[in-house]
Design a binder for this molecule. Structure first.
Ligand SMILES: NC(=O)c1ccc[n+]([C@@H]2O[C@H](COP(=O)([O-])OP(=O)(O)OC[C@H]3O[C@@H](n4cnc5c(N)ncnc54)[C@H](O)[C@@H]3O)[C@@H](O)[C@H]2O)c1
Length: 436
């Protein structure tokens, strides 16, 4: 299905930076609407709210590389630091042909909210390169990653801004980023990125952490609405790192994965898909299309399937006005960043679907990234049980705080998560004051 990037309607009260086109605000417009919704709950801290409506720093870089055929290709790269009031910037790097400045700005802002919502001591940042990495050879990808890292090297660093994997980037790319940064500063700086291979300062459990967090939060939310996970029907969009691991954990807990959809197609099985086989198929072929253990379905079939829990774990802007009305799930757990537009949020709310927002649901990745960064600084590494135990503890605690806030103010979990997070960020700003 198309990677829809709706142009959201934004209150005229917003003063937009000149580098954004007001008619094509994309995900940044959605983020601004989310901030509008939380502002009435910020009390005296509302005087600082404009701080959240513009990124602290946005760097656009040209990334030239020599292709294997000897020609020179140029790619557009970004690194945006949205807010650093609570600590260094933190957020992934995405390689995708549709990456835009507006998208990276929104993703960086969602990182500020997420890091504050789970109370890890970071601000929010994000990066990306406008490239389809599948069109590059291994060596070209390495050159692209290294040149990009070198270009953004002036603003990243273990105590400044710490990148991590996101869509189409992985531990190998983090290894190249760490090496490039280290070569430039003249010493090995493991703490400059997280999501690294375990053999070079990575953390056990990091690869699985986002999916594990999605599953943990889903279990907590399911308890609140009296939905047993065992036997629950689950539909997952995106079967990559986040969707694949979450799907595996749901299946291991006795849930039925009844439908899966990704960029290659969709597959459904009323009796439950065999998740380990489907994961093998995806690893071999690059997507779920052609999997023999179920019947092929369209994207429209996927959104309308009969299920209890739906997990969008692909890209932003997937649950829209067009498909939200068809969703039959009792709960929607946002594995992806920004998968639900504000209009879709309202439709789901009116239908009584519990939406567990991205800023809590997928925060497991950054939580274990935080553990990785702490382990790198102390050069002392924990075992996987310790990591998973701490992860589950933080996720449950964060979900509880958001659930209580939602009850207290009678608002959605998204607005509640924003109340918790924006209060923390703006309180830090208030305490620090404005320089000079
Ligand atoms: N990896 C992490 O630790 C992490 C942490 C927090 C949030 N996220 C978010 O989770 C989402 C998925 O990230 P990931 O790391 O699993 O990426 P990934 O590259 O491993 O997987 C992406 C998945 O999305 C699918 N997809 C891509 N375009 C699609 C389309 N147009 N329609 C349907 N499916 C499509 C792909 O087929 C693939 O299954 C992203 O929004 C990312 O920002 C990831």
């Amino acid at each position: 299905m198309a990677n829809a990037k709706p142009a959201a309607a934004v209150s005229t009260a917003h003063v937009l930076p000149s580098y954004l086109d007001p008619n094509h605000l994309g995900p940044w417009g959605i983020y601004l609407q989310q901030i509008d919704r939380v502002t009435p709950y910020l009390g005296h801290l509302a005087r600082w709210v404009e701080t959240l409506k513009r990124p602290k720093r946005a760097l656009i870089v040209d990334v030239p590389i020599e292709l294997d055929n000897g020609t020179i290709a140029h790619f557009e790269g970004y690194r945006v630091q949205h807010n650093t009031s609570r600590g260094p910037g933190k957020g992934g790097v995405r390689f995708h042909q549709d990456v835009t400045l507006s998208e990276v700005m929104a993703l960086s802002a969602w990182m500020s909210i997420k890091n504050a919502a789970v109370n890890v001591p970071y601000g929010g940042a994000k990066g990306g390169i406008r490239v389809d990495p599948r069109t590059l050879s291994h060596k070209e990808l390495e050159r692209l990653t290294r040149r990009y890292t070198s270009e953004i090297g002036i603003i990243i660093g273990p105590s400044k801004d710490i990148p991590a994997p996101d869509v189409n980037t992985n531990d190998k790319i983090m290894a190249w980023m760490m090496d490039t940064y280290s070569m430039n500063v003249g010493s090995t700086a493991t703490g400059v990125v997280t999501g690294k291979p375990v053999d070079m300062g990575g953390s056990l459990g990091r690869k699985e952490a986002t999916g594990r967090g999605v599953f943990t939060v889903a279990c907590e939310a399911a308890k609140q609405i009296g939905l047993p996970i065992e036997g629950a029907r689950v539909a997952v969009q995106g079967f990559g790192n986040v969707g694949g691991i979450a799907g595996k954990l749901f299946a291991e807990a006795g849930a039925l994965i009844v439908a899966v959809q990704d960029h290659t197609g969709g597959v459904a099985n009323d009796k439950g898909l065999a998740v380990p086989k489907l994961l093998e198929h995806v690893a071999k072929t690059g997507g779920v299309a052609g999997f023999k253990g179920g019947e092929a379905i369209t994207a429209a079939d996927f959104w309308a399937c009969t299920c209890d829990i739906m997990v969008p774990a692909a890209l932003e802007g997937q649950v829209t006005r067009a498909n939200a009305g068809k969703i039959k799930a009792k709960m929607l757990i946002e594995g992806a960043n920004g998968p639900t537009t504000p209009e879709a949020d309202d439709i789901l709310h009116d239908k009584g679907v519990l939406v567990v927002p991205d800023v809590i649901a997928n925060a497991g990745g950054v939580t274990v990234s935080y553990f990785e960064w702490v382990q790198d600084f102390s050069s002392f590494f924990w075992d996987e049980d310790e990591i998973n135990r701490r992860l589950v503890g933080i996720m449950k605690h964060a979900f509880d705080a958001v659930w209580q806030t939602a009850q207290e103010h009678q608002v959605s979990l998204r607005t509640a998560a924003y109340i918790v997070a924006c209060t923390r960020i703006l309180n830090a700003r208030d305490l620090r004051g404005l320089y000079p």
